[in-house]
Design a protein around this ligand. Structure first.
Ligand SMILES: NC(=O)c1ccc[n+]([C@@H]2O[C@H](COP(=O)([O-])OP(=O)(O)OC[C@H]3O[C@@H](n4cnc5c(N)ncnc54)[C@H](OP(=O)(O)O)[C@@H]3O)[C@@H](O)[C@H]2O)c1
Length: 311
């Protein structure tokens, strides 16, 4: 029979071991785990401020009718996100009503202060249009500043990066970034990053789309640019690709219990990647994604094996 003392000492030992390894012990909820083990964090090179490695996107998932069942479930998605120790949320003024929903939900839940809010200058040309769009973004997000303002898909980047820098000087933006989402843009992105040295870049990366590993990631490391990777699940297509496939035997060694965690850890296993931003409107999937922020990352040999299995 397990005595209370033996139970306590076993629990304490499990928690201590888990703290050392940064893992969520089996049977312990993510919010309780967040109070004990901490999600892995990485520094933003331009400031040294650290960010939790799991963030979230809002494309699709936050583009739902206000007040609908999907909208209500976003409350739980956000609750689990912050309780799990995450902070970074990426949105854009051109994700239909995502900024409006996100602003309302953060305000209603009194969550704005916990959030590292990232948005974009998107689809606009010229200084006045950029400034006007940002003013509207602040209203939609119900805030007076954002942590990260990115030039979306490099559109009109020479002007828009200056707009973002002007807003940074005014204290309305903390960091400036540039984004894209397709392999064919990697070279142009690398050239813009080389020329402008932003605080952040955001780009697509997954186990089957590894193009940034050649030039973009080494450049980001050399210049000290933080990297957010998007489309870590190829917009969901990766799950269809592994349907019916078992996780490799070594997954458990890295505390991995799902393909989602495996795909996120693949991107986080690249040293220059600061955080991933998977998107979901489903609370249980949010909990699943957050678990990728705990435990060991993939060794180079495991990455190779995964590529052979899926890539
Ligand atoms: N140019 C740019 O700057 C740019 C371009 C693309 C994306 N982004 C940013 O990056 C974010 C992520 O990219 P993305 O939304 O295109 O694609 P993604 O994160 O690769 O995939 C999202 C899809 O995966 C599903 N999913 C999420 N978690 C899951 C889980 N644990 N298990 C099974 N399915 C899961 C979601 O479905 P459910 O919602 O049904 O769960 C959704 O269909 C965007 O939301 C956006 O913020 C930026």
């Amino acid at each position: 029979m397990t005595t209370r003392r033996r139970f306590l000492s076993t629990t304490t030992a499990t928690l201590a071991g888990s703290l050392l390894l940064n893992v969520v012990p089996a049977g312990i909820s993510l919010s309780r785990a967040a109070a004990t083990a901490q999600m892995l964090r990485r520094p933003i090179p331009s400031s040294g401020e650290t960010l939790p490695v799991i963030g979230m996107g809002t494309s699709g998932s936050f583009e739902v009718p206000s007040g609908s069942a999907e909208y209500q479930s976003l409350k739980e998605v956000l609750k689990r996100f912050f309780a799990g120790g995450a902070t970074l949320i990426d949105t854009a003024p051109t994700y239909s009503n995502a900024e409006d929903n996100l602003g309302a939900l953060l305000s209603e839940g009194n969550l704005r202060k916990q959030c590292f809010l990232a948005t974009k200058l998107s689809g606009v040309s010229g200084r006045d249009a950029g400034m006007a769009q940002f003013a509207s973004t602040l209203k939609r997000l119900q805030t007076d500043k954002v942590e990260l303002l990115q030039v979306h898909n490099l559109r009109d980047w020479k002007t828009q990066i200056e707009v973002a820098r002007e807003l940074k000087k005014q204290g309305k933006v903390k960091y400036v970034g540039v984004t894209h989402y397709v392999d064919s843009a990697h070279d142009e992105l690398a050239e813009v990053v080389q020329a402008t040295k932003p605080d952040f870049l955001q780009i697509n990366h997954s186990v089957t789309n590894r193009g940034i590993e050649k030039r973009v990631l080494p450049l980001a490391k050399e210049l000290g640019v933080a990297v957010l990777t998007n489309r870590n699940f190829n917009d969901g297509a990766l799950f269809r690709q592994v349907q019916g496939k078992e996780l490799p035997g070594w997954a458990a060694d890295a505390g991995i219990t799902s393909w989602a965690q495996m795909f996120l850890k693949y991107s986080l296993s690249q040293e220059a990647v600061t955080a991933v931003i998977p998107a979901t409107g489903k609370p249980d999937r949010q909990s699943d994604n957050l678990k990728a922020g705990f435990g060991a990352l993939l060794t180079p040999a495991q990455q190779k094996e995964l590529i052979a299995l899926v890539g």
